[in-house]
Design a protein around this ligand. Structure first.
Ligand code: HEC
Length: 198
């Protein structure tokens, strides 16, 4: 009797899962390897272009002149990479200097996820996360790649007492509400973020 009840229950359950509506709703939109690889490439493009420009400016001139470079060039480079790819590509911070780099809810959750992974010893270089969402009825991919604090970053994002006086003056002038100082080497700084259609 018990067996029969169980079999009946199992049949009922399996017939439920065969229901096409349930099946369609339960099936997540998957992200294929090429889509992910292309997205990652664009994130690295932004990182490398910014890094190269910063490196050249710091080597050629000074951190103070590089602040001016970052102030104008960083948003410009992000805009150029966005235009070229047709996606929204930018940077966010755990604390921000430029108010337009404020993370949205999904991006904040990504930063929390990276901070947890870092506590477990995972390296920032290999850290990324993504999910599929729907915007205006169409599937989009949200992607984030972690950015860690390295030595050269400290001239502009380190402890205030270690930031050169001339750099501090420019930062105060251009970013009176700057929150992006006080970082230490190896800390999570933020992420490169991409929103793109699928
Ligand atoms: C010469 C000064 C300077 C150096 C060095 C520097 N930054 Fe910045 N950083 C800035 C300025 C200025 C901004 C705001 C410009 C922008 O991106 O909108 C900024 C913004 C950022 C942001 C975006 C979030 C926010 O706070 O607005 C991230 C992420 C970031 N920097 C990471 C780094 C990392 C990582 C390094 C080291 C590899 C670094 N920065 C080195 C000046 C600097």
């Amino acid at each position: 009797m018990t067996t029969i009840t169980l079999v009946a229950a199992a049949l009922l359950l399996s017939s439920c899962t065969q229901n096409p509506i349930t099946k369609a709703a339960a099936k997540p939109i998957s992200v294929d390897a090429k889509t992910l690889a292309d997205t990652r490439t664009v994130a690295l493009q932004l990182r490398d272009q910014l890094g190269a420009k910063l490196h050249t400016e710091m080597a050629k001139n000074s951190p103070a002149s590089a602040v001016g470079m970052c102030n104008i060039s960083a948003p410009e480079i992000a805009a150029a990479v966005s235009k070229e790819s047709g996606w929204q590509v930018g940077r966010i911070g755990t604390r921000i200097r430029n108010a337009s780099n404020q993370p949205n809810n999904w991006q904040q959750a990504a930063l929390d996820n990276f901070a947890d992974k870092a506590k477990k010893g995972e390296k920032f270089d290999a850290m990324e996360t993504y999910s599929v969402a729907t915007e205006n009825g169409k599937p989009v991919l949200y992607y984030a790649k972690a950015i860690g604090v390295q030595q050269p970053c400290l001239a502009c994002h380190g402890k205030p007492e270690n930031i050169p006086v001339d750099v501090k003056a420019i930062l105060q002038e251009k970013y009176p509400n700057d929150q992006a100082t006080g970082y230490v080497l190896g800390e999570l700084r933020g992420a490169i973020v991409i929103t793109r259609p699928l």
